[in-house]
Design a protein around this ligand. Structure first.
Ligand code: PEP
Ligand code: MN
Length: 365
C-alpha cells in the first residue's frame, strides 16, 4: 500500500484539509462493508477511515465497542478503499492489539487525554514505534493537558502528531454536545508551530444538522481537516446515531464547505504585504502609547506612595472600565474584548505600582 503518511513535520502526514470519515463504532463486518461500498458509490473516499473498536462510554450499559474482532474487519476497508485506518486506543492492551492488526493511525480520546497516567502508559507502549497519533482535546478546556499529552508522545519518539478539536463538555449550553472553544486550537497552534489540528464537528454538535456550519467555522479559523462520523444507516447506528451522516450527506457537506488555502504564508501577495506593513506600523504606535501610559502609571504610583494611598482605587477603576468600554463599543469593538483589554492593562498597572511600593519601602525585618 502506498504510504500517505510520510510527508511532513507535524501532522499525520497528509497535505492539508485531511478528511477522516467512518462510523463512530465498528459494529459488524457487513456494516463496515456497507459503509465502504456507499463511499465508493458516492465517490466519497476519505483520506483516512475511522472506526471505534473500544468505546469509552460516559456511563456503563450501552454498547462499549466490539473489541479485537473489529480490527480484523479493517481488512475489508483495506480491500475496498485502500486508505489508512484509524482507531481509538485507551490503554496498553489496545495499543498492542491495534499494532498487531496494523492500524495505520491511532487516536487518543478526550476521556483519556485528561489522564496523564493513561497517556504515559500509551506513550510507553509506543516507544520506538513509527506510527502517527492524533490527540483529541481533553474534556475540559485545559491547553496544558492537551499539549502535555502531545509532548508525552513526542518524548517517546512519535513524530507524526496531530491534535483533534472535538469541543469541551459544558452542560449549560444546549446548542452543543461539546462546546467548541476556537481559541483553544489556535492557542495550540501558537504554542506548537506547525501542529496540525483536525476538527471533529460530529462530537461538537451532536446532531446531523449543525455539522456543516461548525466544519466551515473550523476551516475559516485555519484548522487542517475534518473528522466526520459516517455510517450507511445512521438511524440504526449502535452509538452516536443522532450525529452520524451517510456518505452521500458527507459528500454534500464537503461540497458546500468553502475550503481555504492554508499555504499562502510562503508567498503572501502584495496586497497582504501592504496591509501587514500598515499593521506593523500601527502596532509600533500602540507600543509607544502603552509605554507612555505606563510611565504615567508610575508617576501616579509615586504620588500614591507619597500620600499613603492604596494602589487599587475602586471608584477610579469603575470609571475607567465603564467609560472606555462604552467608547470602545461605539468604535465597533466588542464589549468582551474591551473588558478583557482593560482588565489586562489595569492588572499590570496595579502590579507595577505595588512593586514600586515594595521596592521603595522594603519591610524592615
Ligand atoms: C469518538 O470519536 O467516537 C469518541 C468517542 O470521541 P471523543 O473522545 O471525542 O468523545
Ligand atoms: Mn462517536
Amino acid at each position: 500500500m502506498e504510504n500517505h503518511l510520510q510527508t511532513k513535520d507535524w501532522g499525520i502526514g497528509l497535505k492539508g484539509n485531511t478528511i477522516i470519515a467512518g462510523p463512530c463504532s465498528a459494529e459488524t463486518p457487513e456494516q463496515i462493508e456497507k459503509v465502504c461500498l456507499d463511499m465508493i458509490k458516492e465517490n466519497m473516499i476519505p483520506d483516512v477511515f475511522r472506526a471505534g473498536i473500544w468505546k469509552p462510554r460516559t456511563r456503563p450499559g450501552s454498547f462499549e465497542g466490539i473489541g479485537e474482532d473489529g480490527l480484523k474487519w479493517m481488512e475489508i476497508v483495506r480491500h475496498h478503499l485502500n486508505i489508512p485506518i484509524t482507531t481509538e486506543v485507551g490503554n496498553t492492551a489496545h495499543v498492542e492489539m491495534a499494532l498487531k492488526h496494523k492500524v495505520d493511525v491511532l487516536w487518543i480520546g478526550a476521556r483519556t487525554t485528561v489522564n496523564p497516567f493513561a497517556v504515559q502508559e500509551i506513550a510507553e507502549a509506543l516507544r520506538g514505534v513509527d506510527i502517527p497519533v492524533m490527540v483529541k482535546n481533553p474534556m475540559n478546556p485545559d491547553l496544558q493537558l492537551w499539549l502535555g499529552a502531545l509532548e508525552r508522545l513526542q518524548a517517546v519518539g512519535i513524530n507524526k502528531l496531530a491534535a483533534i478539536h472535538r469541543g469541551f463538555s459544558d452542560s449549560y449550553d444546549k446548542r452543543f454536545r461539546n462546546k467548541p472553544n476556537w481559541s483553544m486550537p489556535i492557542h495550540l497552534k501558537r504554542e506548537w508551530k506547525g501542529m496540525e489540528v483536525i476538527n471533529d464537528p460530529s462530537h461538537i454538535v451532536g446532531n446531523r444538522e449543525g455539522i456543516l456550519e461548525t466544519a466551515q467555522r473550523a476551516i475559516n479559523f485555519g484548522l487542517d481537516g475534518l473528522m466526520i462520523e459516517t455510517h450507511h444507516d445512521p438511524d440504526n447506528a449502535w452509538s452516536d446515531a443522532k450525529q452520524q451522516v451517510t456518505p452521500a450527506r458527507l459528500k454534500e457537506i464537503l461540497s458546500k464547505i468553502d475550503f481555504k488555502d492554508n499555504l499562502g504564508e510562503e508567498n503572501p501577495s502584495e496586497v497582504l504585504n501592504d496591509l501587514r506593513n500598515a499593521i506593523d506600523h500601527l502596532d509600533d504606535q500602540l507600543l509607544d502609547i502603552l509605554q507612555e501610559r505606563f510611565s504615567m502609571i508610575d508617576q501616579v504610583g509615586a504620588y500614591k506612595r507619597a500620600h499613603h494611598l492604596t494602589v487599587f482605587q475602586s471608584d477610579r477603576w469603575k470609571y475607567v472600565m465603564e467609560s472606555r468600554t462604552k467608547k470602545g463599543v461605539d468604535k465597533n469593538l466588542s464589549e468582551k474584548f474591551m473588558k478583557e483589554l482593560l482588565y489586562c492593562i489595569h492588572e499590570e498597572s496595579v502590579k507595577r505600582q505595588e512593586k514600586q511600593l515594595r521596592e521603595a519601602d522594603p519591610i524592615k525585618k
